[in-house]
Design a protein around this ligand. Structure first.
Ligand SMILES: *Cc1c(COP(=O)(O)O)cnc(C)c1O
Length: 398
């Protein structure tokens, strides 16, 4: 392969572009993870993650693992073989979490969805009401479904659970929403929140997280699924002093400390607003091209990514291939039943207005090159919106 000059555009919805500051922070000699210096690092990243989860009453565990490991950890720490779990079919990632749960020996009921909407609070309420024997032990929802660009309304799901008085645990996957889309572990009453390093947290892949409520910690005392590597008890006991029971991903923790600093310098609210602004600009571009956004409900549009439907007869993967070859930009592929039908534009993580404009310009040119009939007005529409946001921030956000 010949060299492409300039920086590759990594516009998949994770892994995301790793900022130079984080790369520099990782590029330091690995320290003794039992030595005196390490405790400060461990304590600072655990405290920082609690702030990002908005979980002053919760406990955070950090694994040297991809997000899938933290999915497994959430289940094995709180449940027992044969337990009934209700999961919402929001898309490909919800389907993978369901498959993982079944492989662990859980009984999973998958509430059907059309992959264009988030979890349905009414359907969850109805299912819990019907469970008079209280057999359901957990309700699991993917907050931002990365395969579709649809955000489930977590506070409404919580309200639906509360309306029934059902004691089931509430587990939420925030792997592609944490530090990109507003999320509040304590206030929204999540029992286990799952997260990963390589999306909104702007790190390379390799770290994942559980944030557990006191109710989840209590459930872990009687949960009987086998666990050792994922067990919370030793992680939490060690974490109190800033250490880990086994070798942590030390250099990624250097990167996490820097990423947390960057998020706090910008301010989480500003980070969320930036993601919303880029998402809205992207949707305006898509509509101006004459294409369709996969998400149907405006309350559920994702700040992290936008999935775009290509017209019938136009393979979305061919568009992606054309864009990669012509402009050295990676876009997300259609996953599961969306294969060939959508491409996904990631606009999360370390990102700004001009990087978005470069991304949308690449998509607009690539669509034309691939022979997809579009109006060449998307870039203009996005640019006009971004300019409007700068001129009158409050009006543009309204
Ligand atoms: C990326 C992602 C996962 C999978 O995480 P891995 O790091 O690939 O194991 C799970 N859920 C969601 C919502 C994701 O975006």
């Amino acid at each position: 392969m010949s060299r492409s000059a300039g920086r590759h555009f990594l516009q998949i919805p994770g892994p995301t572009n790793v900022p130079d500051r984080v790369l520099r922070a990782i590029d330091f000699p690995t320290m003794d993870h039992r030595g005196p210096e390490f405790a400060e690092l461990g304590k600072s990243v655990l405290a920082g993650m609690k702030r990002v989860f908005k979980a002053p009453k919760g406990e955070v565990v950090i694994y040297p693992a991809s997000g899938t490991g933290a999915w497994e950890a959430a289940l094995v720490n709180t449940l027992s073989a044969g337990d009934l779990v209700v999961m919402a079919e929001t898309g490909h990632f919800a389907t993978l979490w369901k498959k993982l749960a079944r492989r662990l020996g859980l009984e999973v009921e998958f509430l059907p969805g059309d992959w264009r909407h988030g979890a349905d609070p009414d359907a969850i309420e109805k299912r819990l009401r019907a469970d008079s024997e209280k057999r359901i032990k957990a309700v699991c929802v993917v907050h931002n479904e990365t395969s579709t660009g649809v955000v489930s309304r977590i506070p409404e799901v919580r309200k639906a659970i509360d309306a029934t008085g059902h004691p089931a645990l509430f587990m939420v996957d925030t792997i592609s929403s944490l530090a990109s889309i507003d999320y509040r572990h304590d206030e929204w009453g999540a029992d286990v929140t799952v997260a990963g390093s390589q999306k909104g947290l702007m790190l390379p892949p390799g770290l994942s997280f559980n944030c557990a409520s006191q109710k989840a910690l209590a459930a872990s005392k009687s949960a009987r699924l086998p666990r050792s590597y994922w067990a919370w008890d030793e992680m939490l006991a060690n974490g109190k002093t800033g250490y880990f029971p086994y070798t942590p991903a030390t250099n990624l923790l250097y990167g996490l400390r820097e990423a947390l600093k960057m998020l706090e310098e910008e301010g989480l609210d500003a980070v969320f607003a930036r993601h919303q602004r880029h998402a809205e600009a992207t949707r305006r571009a898509v509509r101006a091209w004459g294409l369709e956004v996969l998400a149907l409900d405006a309350r559920e549009f994702s700040g992290s990514l936008t999935a775009v439907l290509t017209p019938a007869g136009h393979d979305a993967d061919r568009v992606r291939k054309t864009i990669l070859e012509a402009f050295d930009m990676s876009l997300g592929t259609g996953l599961g039943k969306l294969a060939g039908k959508v491409f996904r534009i990631g606009h999360l993580g370390d990102f700004n207005d001009l990087a978005l404009m470069g991304t949308l310009a690449g998509v607009e040119m690539g669509l034309a090159l691939a022979g997809v009939p579009v109006k060449k007005e998307g870039v203009q529409a996005a640019m006009a919106y971004l300019a409007e946001c700068r001129a009158a921030p409050a009006r543009a956000a309204a």
